[in-house]
Write a protein that binds this ligand. Structure first.
Ligand code: ADP
Length: 396
């Protein structure tokens, strides 16, 4: 049976793609075109021969996807031999409308376009990616997989903000949550690692990448999550502030004469670790922290303290917790973050084993101490595989 899915993640000036075997999760190839629209667009394609890198002007997402198809022809694997079964698209915002993957047609594209005001940075690029792929692969079924979908199970009290009712009714102001594909994948893997069914476990999942979010998962369903109307709320991130007093906007507008757009930009792109320590790469932050840099240390402390607050809050939401799960770049690779965010939680039954935690591995694993009532797990996320699986489930 042919289970190969071309997974596409279109950003405003980039297009990432991978060709995934939905049964095994194996990537036959992957690549990224960056700086679309500039003179020096960069295209990296990883195929059976390793990485091929080219720099040339690539004017549009359509040209980027054509470049990807050319790279499959030149560097393999051959798309004719592999026969793609479907194209799966990551779509960031599905609003309150989409709780499942959807076959892409004109109506779906119109619906995602209607949601652009909720995700002005992401949804236009996703729409472009879907349109381009439909033009270049007209014979293939195409599926939209929404970042918000997994969180559509949030109960009303968790997704409702305490604001005038009209904000929700007229403008859709509520918590939607993001990183849903990752939280869904990692939750299923965690249940497997614990040797139980997804419906039998309660989890707190911490996705710590460039963007960061925490989700409380009860019996396989998201019941609360830290990102909100947009991906700005919640944990401290690479360049985003996460939670802050909503009065900050009014204060800065009054006192510093900043426009709302400037403040929004600074909270999204100049805050978080970058705002606190001047840069957002966690590896670099760790090096500086280890060298005694005080700003790096404060950034680390603020980052981990915020995680701990969410762990406490979601513990209370769930009542009982089977595992705390770390995933994505920082979650998978920083033992220091795992330790600092869970330290002092023995009374909640959370105990890390230092040796297991410090051992580096790319495998899903437990790093909790033997007998710790709550397991602490490190599980590599794989959003592309999850998108491929969902695309196949809908089209096969
Ligand atoms: P994205 O959200 O873009 O998918 P990733 O999940 O790849 O991001 O996470 C990127 C973050 O992970 C960066 O801050 C990076 O520095 C951090 N990271 C990657 N490897 C390590 C490592 N070995 N130690 C600490 N941080 C790491």
């Amino acid at each position: 049976m042919n289970d190969h899915v071309l997974v596409i993640n279109a950003g405003s000036s980039s297009l990432k793609y991978s060709l995934i075997d939905a049964s095994s999760g194996e990537a036959a190839a992957s690549g990224v075109v960056e700086r679309i629209g500039e003179q020096e667009s960069v295209h990296r394609h990883h195929g059976p021969e390793g990485e091929a890198r080219t720099t040339q002007p690539i004017a549009s997402h359509e040209d980027a996807l054509r470049a990807a198809i050319d790279a499959f022809g030149k560097h393999g694997p051959s798309l004719d031999d592999l026969e793609i079964a479907a194209v799966g698209h990551r779509v960031v915002h599905g609003g309150a409308r989409f709780s499942d993957p959807v076959l892409i047609d004109d109506d779906l594209i119109a619906a995602v376009t209607e949601l652009v005001p909720l995700a002005p940075l992401h949804n236009p690029a996703n729409v472009e990616g879907m349109q381009v792929a439909r033009r270049l692969f007209p014979e293939l079924p195409q599926v939209a997989v929404f970042d918000t979908a997994f969180h559509q199970t949030l109960p009303e009290e968790a997704y409702t903000y305490a604001v005038p009712r009209e904000w929700l009714d007229e403008y859709g102001v509520r918590r939607y949550g993001f990183h849903g594909t990752s939280h869904a994948f990692v939750s299923a893997e965690a249940a497997r690692l614990l040797g139980r069914g997804p419906a039998e476990v309660n989890l707190i999942v911490l996705h710590l990448g460039n963007g960061c979010s925490a989700t409380a998962v009860r019996g396989g369903q998201s019941v609360d999550t830290s990102m909100g109307l947009t991906p700005l709320e919640g944990l401290v991130m690479g360049t985003r502030s996460g939670d802050l007093d909503p009065a900050v906007h009014a204060y800065l507008a009054r006192e510093a004469g900043r426009s709302l757009d400037e403040i929004d930009h600074q909270l999204n792109f100049e805050s978080g670790l970058k705002g606190l320590a001047g840069q957002n790469d966690f590896r670099e932050l760790t090096r500086r922290q280890e060298a005694g840099d005080e700003r790096a240390q404060l950034a680390f402390d603020v980052y981990c303290y915020r995680i701990k607050k969410y762990v406490g809050a979601y513990y209370a939401v769930l009542g009982t917790v089977d595992a705390i799960v770390f995933t994505a770049g920082v979650g998978q690779h920083s033992p220091a973050v795992r330790t600092a965010s869970l330290t002092g939680l023995d009374a909640l039954g959370i105990r890390i084993d230092a040796e297991r935690n410090n051992a580096s591995s790319d495998q899903a694993r437990a790093v909790s101490a033997d007998g710790s009532p709550v397991a602490v797990l490190v599980i590599p996320t794989n959003e592309e595989w999850e998108i491929a699986r969902q695309a196949i489930a809908l089209t096969a």
